[in-house]
Design a protein around this ligand. Structure first.
Ligand SMILES: C[S@@+](CC[C@H](N)C(=O)[O-])C[C@H]1O[C@@H](n2cnc3c(N)ncnc32)[C@H](O)[C@@H]1O
Length: 221
């Protein structure tokens, strides 16, 4: 793994589990939480970048975890430099192992998504999947601000995170998920005004799409 510890101070909200027991079970948890649809959902997420005319050359996946989105990005855009950042060296180690197994050259780097070390306007696309709910509300705004800073003009930012389902059974299951597996502040993502926050940071026409238990919010800088 290409490692860079410069910016790796762990914030107080950071869940130690991500560096201990969670990585081994993470992919299994996701497949249960998304009813086995994780591949389809992530492909739909990555395909949002194909809607843009130009193919992105530099792509950053924030809070990449065990790397499934970064891997799908590299498969969809083999010519692009794909980087995945996360604070957990353990999650990154799983990501690296999966990328190696798929013979994919992806840089996995330990960095805080709120304060990355990348230059302004460096990336053609920035993605974050299931990462924003992991950090408290005030830190989410920092992350959106950081994504805006490191995006090129015309570059695309895409967020995927939990959405409140309309179906009562899905709502019940989602509530259980939040109670059992997530920090207290995570649930506020369901009512967060992500469109308003993107606008505050300079995005002009953010859009939101609902996909059952998930929402996708995106815009071009
Ligand atoms: C629920 S996982 C999401 C993983 C992956 N993106 C996915 O779609 O499955 C959240 C990840 O966010 C990381 N994380 C939490 N706070 C972070 C921060 N401030 N900077 C970087 N990574 C962070 C955790 O280590 C964890 O790997």
């Amino acid at each position: 793994m290409k490692s860079n510890n410069l910016n790796a101070n762990h914030p107080s909200y950071y869940r130690k589990g991500f560096d201990t027991w969670i990585p081994s079970f993470y992919d299994l948890f996701v497949s249960i939480a998304l009813f086995g649809n994780q591949d389809k959902i992530r492909e739909m997420f990555v395909n949002k970048l194909k809607e843009q005319g130009k193919r992105p050359k530099k792509i950053l996946d924030m809070a990449t975890g065990t790397g499934d989105v970064a891997i799908k990005l590299k498969k969809a855009f083999p010519e692009a430099d794909v980087t995945g950042i996360d604070l957990s060296t353990e999650m990154l180690a799983f990501a690296k192992k999966k990328a190696d197994k798929n013979l994919l050259d992806i840089s996995f780097i330990q960095q805080n998504i709120e304060t990355t070390t990348f230059n302004e306007g460096y990336f053609d696309a920035v993605t974050i999947s299931l990462g924003l709910h992991e950090i408290p509300e005030e830190n989410r705004l920092n992350t959106i601000k950081e994504a805006y800073r490191i995006l090129k003009k015309g570059g695309k930012f895409i967020i995927m995170d939990f959405n409140k389902p309309t179906n009562w059974l899905s709502r019940l299951l989602q509530n259980l998920h939040f109670i059992l597996f997530e920090p207290k502040y995570a649930k506020s993502i369901l009512t967060e005004d992500l469109i308003g926050e993107l606008k505050t940071q300079g995005f002009r026409e953010p859009k939101k799409e609902i996909a059952g238990m998930l929402q996708i919010v995106y815009d071009v800088k």
